[in-house]
Ligand binder design. Structure first.
Ligand SMILES: Nc1nc2c(ncn2[C@@H]2O[C@H](COP(=O)(O)OP(=O)(O)OP(=O)(O)O)[C@@H](O)[C@H]2O)c(=O)[nH]1
Ligand SMILES: [Mg+2]
Length: 350
């Protein structure tokens, strides 16, 4: 008895190899799908490993022309059978590849998708992306992936919002302050560093008036330091800042200088719009890192339908997204973010 192992794309190809090599009397002993070796193998379709045997004492081979004809006939029949089987079992393109495609469509970063596929490999090969059990398993994986960044979050009564131009810093500041002042009846105060944009101070003053507080303008780090020293017990101070294009590193450094002058512990929220491309969001976070932000806020969730960026930011910068801005209404269009809520939001793009 001669036993040999063959690796092929599918059963049809394996059979062709076996018949050619061992002759038509060969028997299939075993077949199984295996992943190709190495990391890249995860992203390629699995191959078929077939163990075949032939009794060498069996009849001598038929002539080659006849044998070739028979192999071709067998092959055609087999191809049909394999196709039918794939249709019936719904594995025509392979669950694994389909998961990869769907996860990338959520705009999750390719390395995060790779991590999910690697860690849940066995499970995802068996379950289609349409099945609830598969979706729940991946959601649970993502929740656990971002959860560590939500543990022991501190909340400081001094808060600054920074970020690119027009992302909704001032509006979001008014939303958070509004929650405190209106819903919790806590004292608040506004300071703005935005002496740059025409109308910026007036914009904040309107919100201040609505929430029963004044606005102090700080034109230098020293003025900011002085304004913050006057903080009363139980009061929360909000610092609004001018939008800084992330390419302008000198402006970001200047902003970092202002924030460093405040020696108190504080929350620095980097505000990013959900409408930017995922790679741009990461670039913005990198560019603003000299300011030492400790939390993210993602705004304009209502203006897009792909939210993978939420998970990308948390995982890559190891910081939580604590609020989602979901519209222009102050203070209502603001949601406190939890890992569960973030993953649900991401799944809206599924
Ligand atoms: N759709 C939507 N619009 C928002 C959201 N947050 C803010 N906006 C709008 O975005 C625009 C800019 O908001 P601002 O708060 O002035 O933005 P900013 O970041 O302070 O802008 P600069 O100070 O000029 O850098 C306004 O029209 C807001 O109403 C949101 O969550 N969803
Ligand atoms: Mg502003």
């Amino acid at each position: 008895m001669k036993i040999k192992k063959y690796t092929a794309r599918d059963m049809a190809e394996a059979l062709q190899m076996i018949k050619f090599d061992l002759g038509p009397e060969a028997m299939i002993l075993e077949s199984r799908k295996v992943r190709q070796p190495g990391i890249l193998g995860f992203f390629k379709p699995p191959v078929l490993e077939v163990l075949a045997a032939v009794d060498e004492a069996a009849k001598p081979r038929k002539d080659v022309a006849k044998e070739t004809f028979e192999v071709k006939k067998d092959l055609a029949e087999l191809k049909l059978m394999v196709k039918d089987l794939a249709r019936v079992t719904g594995t025509e393109t392979g669950n694994f590849a389909r998961w990869q495609e769907r996860l990338l469509k959520l705009e999750l970063a390719p390395d995060i998708v790779e991590q999910i596929l690697l860690e849940l490999q066995d499970f995802l090969e068996e379950v289609a992306p349409e099945e609830t059990s598969g979706v729940e398993r991946v959601k649970e994986y993502l929740i656990n992936l971002i959860k560590p960044y939500y543990e022991n979050i501190q909340d400081f009564p001094l808060k600054a919002l920074i970020g690119p131009t027009g992302v909704g810093k001032t509006t979001t500041l008014a939303k958070i302050a509004g929650r405190l002042a209106i819903h919790e009846e806590k004292p608040i105060r506004f300071i703005t560093l935005d002496t740059f944009r025409v109308g910026a101070v007036e914009q904040l003053k309107i919100y201040g008036k609505y929430l029963g507080t004044t606005v102090k303008v700080a034109g230098s780090p020293m003025e900011l330091w002085r304004a913050v020293q006057k903080q009363n017990e139980g009061e929360t101070i909000f610092i609004d800042t001018a939008g800084r294009p992330s390419k302008k590193q000198n402006q970001i450094q200047e902003l970092a200088g202002f924030l460093e002058a405040v020696k108190k512990e504080k929350d620095i929220y980097l505000v990013i719009s959900a409408t930017v491309k995922p790679e741009d969001a990461e670039k913005i976070a990198k560019d603003f890192s000299p300011c030492g932000f400790n939390k993210f806020i993602v705004t304009k969730i209502d203006e897009t339908d792909k939210f993978g960026v939420l998970i990308n930011l948390i995982v890559k910068f190891k910081k939580p997204i604590v609020y989602l801005g979901v519209g222009q209404n102050v203070p209502d269009d603001l949601i406190s973010a939890t890992p569960e809520l973030i993953v649900e939001q991401v799944w809206k793009g599924w």
